[in-house]
Design a protein around this ligand. Structure first.
Ligand code: AMP
Ligand code: ZN
Length: 493
């Protein structure tokens, strides 16, 4: 029998502000969509935390025998600076600064994103669609929204009519904002004059003549608005209504609010039953973000090459650190916190190693089944990983007591105990007890840095044969050198 029939999950639904019993639309199946990264720069650890929360949720749903279709997109067009409708496209801007094709930017940072997630032992999603791969679907969606009277065209751009929509729907249903307050708090900005109202948002933007990423449409050569891609891709792969939609807390408004509005306007129904929002990772007490400069990249934390932490950390320790806090809590990334997690992680792994040498007795002096159910109870309670970890430390105490002969366990219970610990530690928390790879990576980085330096010297001496040889031979062993204005970096494949 499928596990989900015995284990009943409750999910905190941002839409209702309550923990609700999880009931899927189709029995046994879960459709889950999570907003993926905008691939214009390296992901920072804040991004990693949000994706890790949903990786853990994906793992648990699968473990409960649900057939999960997990869609996590790549935003490779349409995301403008400041999440606004004016300003430059983030990817185009980076491409302009680096004097390369926007699609080279997309490729570079998509590869970085995957490399980072691999280091933290993420499972790949079921589908990873891109915004540029779904332009036709987005144009169709705009057509329907216009036909239904909720979109209008001005000078080749198309906007969503928030005021009209709000007459028959509730714009603010998710973020709990009121249109009157939004109107009150918005200044009319020059350059937004195309819109009927400043609250309206772009579905399609006419491209300036210099804008490279552009597609033909009935309205202009242009590009889709940022919110639209997620509506197009989520409903294409999960249906007009699906179970879970996730993302970081900062996406609740306007991004997710607009997704709801677009779906209601196009299909006459709310797209999502459970909206889930992961809370922010902070550094120095404020939200980690690229734009403020308050961030640390995974590579810097893994290599120890940063001014913030005292040492390098193993990816498992970082994962454990993140799992020690509930996904809905704010988490501050500190050296002390990581050091404490490192101790805890090592203690847990030593106990897991000891499991194989434990001797069983005739009877058990503690209730293994009840312990196991309390682990499930933690996960069923809105994926409460810190409580799960507290239960695992209780198991560590049992393991040590069995070793010392102060507690007994029967052979059947020992089997159950071992399996449960392996499941929770490896399959659900996504940890592994492989040796620290950080040190090896450090050595590799050091060696490649030396080769990059020699190549620079060769170039300075106009010895291009040697500089090309270094680049080509590194490529042959799977190390690609990426030259940019900021210098040369490398990636492995
Ligand atoms: P972006 O590439 O900026 O669209 O962000 C990708 C994901 O990371 C989104 O779900 C954001 O909500 C999330 N995110 C951004 N900053 C943080 C942070 N400091 N902590 C946790 N998640 C974040
Ligand atoms: Zn999205």
């Amino acid at each position: 029998m499928q596990l989900y029939k015995n284990q009943h999950i409750k999910i905190y639904n941002s839409l209702t502000g309550k923990k609700e019993a999880f009931k899927t639309i189709n029995e046994g199946y879960v459709g889950m969509y999570v907003c993926g990264p905008t691939v214009y720069s390296n992901v920072h650890l804040g991004n990693v935390r949000t994706f890790m929360s949903f990786d853990m949720i994906f793992r648990y749903l699968k473990h409960l025998d649900y057939k999960v279709r997990y869609v996590r997109n790549i935003t490779d067009a349409g995301h403008l600076e400041n999440d606004a409708d004016v300003g430059e496209d983030k990817i185009t801007k980076k491409a302009r600064l680096e004097e390369i094709e926007p699609m080279e930017i997309v490729q570079r940072y998509t590869v970085d994103f995957h490399n980072v997630l691999n280091r933290f032992n993420f499972l790949p999603p079921s589908i990873e669609p891109t915004a540029t791969g779904h332009i036709i679907e987005q144009i169709e969606l705009i057509n329907t929204i216009i036909e239904n009277g909720f979109g209008y065209e001005v000078n080749g751009s198309v906007y969503f009519d928030v005021h009209k929509y709000n007459e028959t729907n509730n714009y603010g249903i998710l973020s709990k904002r009121k249109l009157e307050d939004l109107i009150h708090n918005t200044r009319a900005l020059d350059g937004q004059s195309d819109k009927k109202n400043p609250q309206d948002f772009a579905l399609w933007k006419k491209a300036e003549p210099t804008h490279i990423m552009r597609w033909p449409s009935p309205w202009s050569d242009g590009f889709p608005g940022w919110h639209l891609e997620c509506t197009a891709m989520s409903t294409k792969y999960l249906g007009n209504q699906f179970d879970i939609h996730g993302g970081g807390m900062d996406l609740k408004f306007p991004h997710h609010e607009c997704e709801i509005a677009q779906n209601q306007a196009a299909k006459g129904q709310a797209p999502v039953n459970y909206w889930m929002h992961a809370n922010m990772l902070e550094l120095n007490g404020t939200r980690m973000s690229k734009s403020s400069g308050n961030y640390i990249n995974p590579a810097e934390l893994l290599s120890g090459k940063n001014d913030i932490m005292s040492k390098a950390y193993n990816p498992n320790v970082i994962r454990f650190f993140m799992m020690q806090s509930a996904y809905r809590s704010v988490l501050d990334l500190t050296d002390n916190g990581l050091l404490a997690s490192e101790k805890g992680f090592n203690r847990l792994m030593n106990a897991v190693d000891d499991l194989d040498n434990l001797k069983s007795s005739n009877t058990s002096s503690f209730d293994v089944k009840a312990w196991k159910q309390s682990c499930y109870n933690a996960m069923n309670d809105d994926f409460n990983t810190p409580i799960l970890i507290a239960n695992l430390f209780e198991a560590v105490n049992h393991i040590n007591a069995i070793k010392e002969g102060n507690t007994t366990i029967s052979p059947e219970d020992l089997e159950l105990f071992k399996n449960a610990i392996h499941t929770f530690v490896f399959d659900l928390l996504g940890l592994n007890n492989a040796q620290d790879t950080t040190e090896e990576t450090d050595k590799l980085s050091g060696a490649v840095a030396l080769l990059i330096k020699l190549r620079q010297e060769a170039r300075a001496n106009k010895d291009f044969a040697l500089s090309d040889k270094i680049r080509d031979e590194l490529a042959e062993v799977g190390i690609t050198l990426n030259d940019s204005r900021e210098g040369t970096t490398f990636s492995t494949n």
